[in-house]
Every structure is written in C-alpha cells, then in structure tokens.
Design a protein around this ligand. Structure first.
Ligand code: FAD
Length: 469
C-alpha cells in the first residue's frame, strides 16, 4: 500500500503515533508537510519564523537519514490532487488529529477532499496526555474549573512513549513539488532570523534534559521569578511537536525525589485543560467564554496599544516584558499574566487585540494556551482571575523581580537605579534622576496611566457589562 504521512505540529520521528502506524502498515510512504497560505500571518511574524525554522530543521534531519520531506505550498485541494496524479496507487493517509481551532477546520476540509479522491484517513490523538474528550465529570460533562479537572486528570493513567521503527527504505524520495520547495525557501528567507532558538528534536531533548538536571528540583519555588529563568522553555518544542508530550511526562515523572515534579506536571495538565476548554468553546478566539463580559466598552486607544507593544508605558516590568517579546519571541508566564492584565485592566484595551499581538510574536504560540491565558488574565474565561482582583504592576514587580534584575536586562535606561524605585521610576527625585542618568519623561516615559484610577474604571466597566448582559 502507498500512503502519505502528513506532518503538521508533530515534527519528529521519535514517539510519533501516526508515523508509527504509517510505517507499520504502508509498503511505501510519502512524507509530507503542507504550508497552507490561508494560515499565514505576515513576514515579520516571529511565530511563523520560528515554526518554519523548525520545519526546515526537520527536513534536514530527515535528509540526513536518507528520507525526503516533501513540502507543498498553497491550497490543500491542489496539493492532494497533484499527489494523486503522481501516485495513482496512493490509497491511505496518516495524521495526528487536531481537536479545535484552525487545525480542526483544516482536518474537516481535508477529510472531504481526501474522501473524494478515494483516500482512507487514519487519524490519531497524539498532542496531549489526555484528549479533549477524555477527562469528564461523573455525569459525562466537560469541566469548566481547573482544580476538579486536575484531580480527575491525575486519576487517569498516562500514555506510554511509542517506539517508531524508522525504515528509510520505505520512504519515497523522488522529488514531487519542485516549485513549492523553491517557494518555501524564498518564504523562509523573508522572515526574521530566529537566532534565539535551537530547533529540532535533538535540541528539544537537550532542553528537557537540562531542565530536569538543573531546574526541576527548584521549579516549585523558582518558577515564578523571571530573572531566575527556572522554567523549562519547552513550549516552542511542544508547540511544533519536536518533542512529544509523552517524552516530557515520562522523563519528569521518572525523576525520583525531585521536589518540583508535581508542580511541573500540573502545568502540563493546564495544557490539556486549555485544549479541552477550546474544544468545548470553539468560538473563544472571538467571544468571551463568560458571556457576562462580552459587553465591555473597551477604550481601545491605538496610541496606548502601540506604546504597550513597544514597551514604552512607563511601567518598567511591563516595558521589559514587551521588549523581550519583541526581541526574542518568548516571555515568562508571570510576565504574560502581568502584561495581559495591564493591557486589559489598565489600558482598557480589548483582550482580543493582545491575543493577536502575542499570536504574531510568540515563538511558542499555541492557540488553546494563548486564548486561554488571555481570557484568564482578562477575567473573561473559564476559571479565570476574578474581574475585581486587578494586578498592580508595581507590586507584582516588587514581588517577582525584587532587585529589578529582569527589568535591567531589557530596559537599559534604568540600569543605574540601585533602589526600590526601579519598580516605579516616576517616584525618583530630581537629584536621583540626575545621579542615575535617567530623566523621566525624556529618557524613560512617565507612567501612561494612573493604575489607581484605571483599576477603578476597569471594575466599573466589567460591572456595567454584567448589567447589560
Ligand atoms: P514551564 O513552566 O516550563 O511549563 C512547561 C509546559 O507546561 C509549557 O511549555 C507549556 O506547554 C505548559 N504550560 C505551562 N504553563 C501553562 C499555562 N498557564 N497554560 C497552559 N500550558 C502551560 N503557552 C503556550 O505554550 N503558548 C502560548 O501562546 C501561550 N500564551 C499565553 C498567553 C498568556 C496571556 C498567558 C498568561 C499564558 C500563556 N501561555 C502560553 C502559558 C505559559 O505562559 C507558557 O506555556 C509558559 O510560559 C512557557 O514557558 P515554559 O515552557 O518555560 O513553561
């Protein structure tokens, strides 16, 4: 039988469910990656640059093993029709299924194109420890709150790693989409160079090993402090599938005596939780999960939005984060919460604007996690922060970046400040401004808003939305 293995966000050979089945069942296998032009954002997107750097690394890795990853570019109907024409004997396709968002829509469309071409689809769950429909309440409904979900999630046994016997002799190497390959290469050329991440399964595995050896033990107490850099940085690799979630779970759960293990595993459960929530609320990219908060009259000031994006708000912790995002495409979870809260509750800007900005810039962009995170921070989502408990960016900064080390890394204007006012430089006296070489309003902006006033306004806007609803 001639089959296609269609890679999407599972860019690896090891521990790959669909690939294992494809290799076992097919006599001849075509490896495919399709770039869908509909899904593309723009040429400045770090999200795309990082993802396609990973595709390129995967292609090279397969090349080194004597196998070809065929790259197609354009629309799906053309891709599959061309394939069928070249290989009339092609009968089956293997995929790891998406359960929500764009991936689900694409899979539904693909199913119908493939059905018309007479191709059988073999779809597998591979991306999560538990699929969106697996962990249910006792009455078989979906959970809306994380803690009871997690308690049930823990009771289920976790899937084991899968051994893939890669046989390059089965892989079709003839060149199929010559023009598409050239298009792909010129497309990558146009994107920013992602020097900040190492791509590929080997780098992903090294990242996991380094984390377990150096940071898992202290993950519990250190994970909330950005300057300690104690989290795993696995998010990009999990998003591209350069490492499987089973491999991560297996390595961490076998690390005996490591204190931070349970806390880390809980984060992996959040990932499953948000996938389940996105599946239950398919419109959540555009609509608040909690409909009470779909009537907020956002201020949506474009100039304020630009200052947030550029890291010029006059709130150092927010500015450092937004500058890091722009520079590297990755930011710490605590900082994602602070900046998302600041955009919605201090600048009174629609969470959807922020969600789209993160989508464009995060190298680990994952729709379920990003939408879930934004709806959490803006208090519009499932099990989210209560709307009246508004993060104070200055006290968050004092608590989680006590000595201002993180701020100093990304806001050089403030590097000389050696006291607590680094968290709110507008409090520096004129003499202090002189001695630290930073004039507020000239070298570094004065605060864009008064947190105290905006907090009050935000609570009123949320309450008004509840009344309208
Ligand atoms: P670690 O702390 O090492 O965690 C390990 C893994 O657990 C992560 O790689 C991730 O897969 C998962 N995880 C950790 N925290 C969460 C969480 N809160 N929700 C869901 N999964 C989690 N995560 C993304 O992967 N992509 C996104 O686009 C994304 N956008 C976010 C937007 C906002 C506003 C917020 C508040 C959070 C967002 N997160 C997102 C969740 C979290 O911030 C990142 O997963 C984490 O910071 C990635 O760094 P790490 O791999 O070092 O995390």
């Amino acid at each position: 039988m001639v089959a296609v293995m269609w890679f999407r966000r599972d860019l690896r050979v090891e521990d790959n469910t669909a690939l294992k089945h494809a290799l076992e069942e097919a006599d001849s296998l075509i490896l495919l990656f399709h770039v869908n032009s509909e899904q593309l954002l723009n040429e400045t997107s770090k999200n795309e640059a990082a993802f396609f750097k990973s595709v390129e690394t995967f292609r090279k890795t397969l090349d080194d093993r004597g196998a070809t990853l065929h790259l197609s570019f354009g629309n799906l109907t053309d891709c599959f029709t061309k394939l069928k024409k070249k290989f009339p004997e092609w009968t089956d396709i293997y995929v790891n299924r998406d359960e929500n968002g764009y991936g689900l829509k694409r899979d539904i469309l693909a199913d119908s194109i493939l059905y018309d071409l007479g191709i059988r689809t073999h779809a597998f769950h591979d991306h999560y420890l538990h699929s969106a429909h697996e962990v249910k309440t006792n009455t078989q409904t979906s959970y809306k709150v994380f803690t009871p979900y997690f308690n049930k999630w823990k009771e289920y046994s976790k899937p084991s790693m899968i051994k893939v016997e890669f046989d390059e002799k089965k892989i079709v190497t003839s060149s199929l989409f010559k023009e598409d390959k050239l298009r792909f290469e010129s497309f990558i050329e146009k994107h920013p160079r992602m020097t900040t991440i190492q791509t590929g399964s080997v780098a992903a595995k090294e990242c996991l090993d380094t984390f377990v050896e150096n940071n898992l033990q202290k993950y519990d107490e250190a994970r909330d402090y950005p300057s300690q850099d104690a989290t795993s940085h696995l998010s990009h690799y999990l998003r591209t599938g350069e490492i499987s979630i089973r491999t991560v779970y297996d390595r961490v759960s076998q690390a005996e005596g490591f204190q931070g293990k349970e806390t880390f595993i809980k984060e992996l459960a959040w990932r499953d939780f948000y996938n389940m929530i996105y599946t239950s609320y398919p419109n959540q990219k555009n609509e608040a999960i909690n409909p009470e908060f779909d009537y907020i009259s956002w201020d949506n000031n474009e100039e304020a939005f630009d200052r947030w994006k550029e890291g010029e708000t006059g709130f150092p912790i927010v500015d450092a984060t937004m500058r890091q995002l722009k520079e590297t495409g990755w930011i710490h979870n605590r900082l994602r919460m602070i900046t998302a809260s600041f955009l919605t509750k201090d600048l009174l800007i629609d969470w959807r604007w922020g969600e789209r900005h993160f989508q464009e810039h995060l190298i680990d962009y994952d729709s379920a996690n990003n939408i879930g995170g934004w709806q959490w921070a803006s208090s519009t989502g499932a099990d989210s922060a209560p709307y009246f408990r508004v993060f104070n960016p200055t006290t968050q900064s004092e608590r989680f970046d006590k000595d201002g080390l993180y701020i100093k890394q990304y806001v050089p204007e403030l590097r000389e400040i050696n006291n607590k006012k680094i968290h709110d430089p507008s409090k520096l006296s004129v003499a202090e401004q002189d001695s630290f070489g930073v004039i507020i309003g000239k070298d570094y902006p004065a605060p864009i808003v008064s947190h105290k006033d905006r907090r009050k306004m935000a609570i009123e806007l949320y309450e008004l939305s509840k009344e309208v609803y």
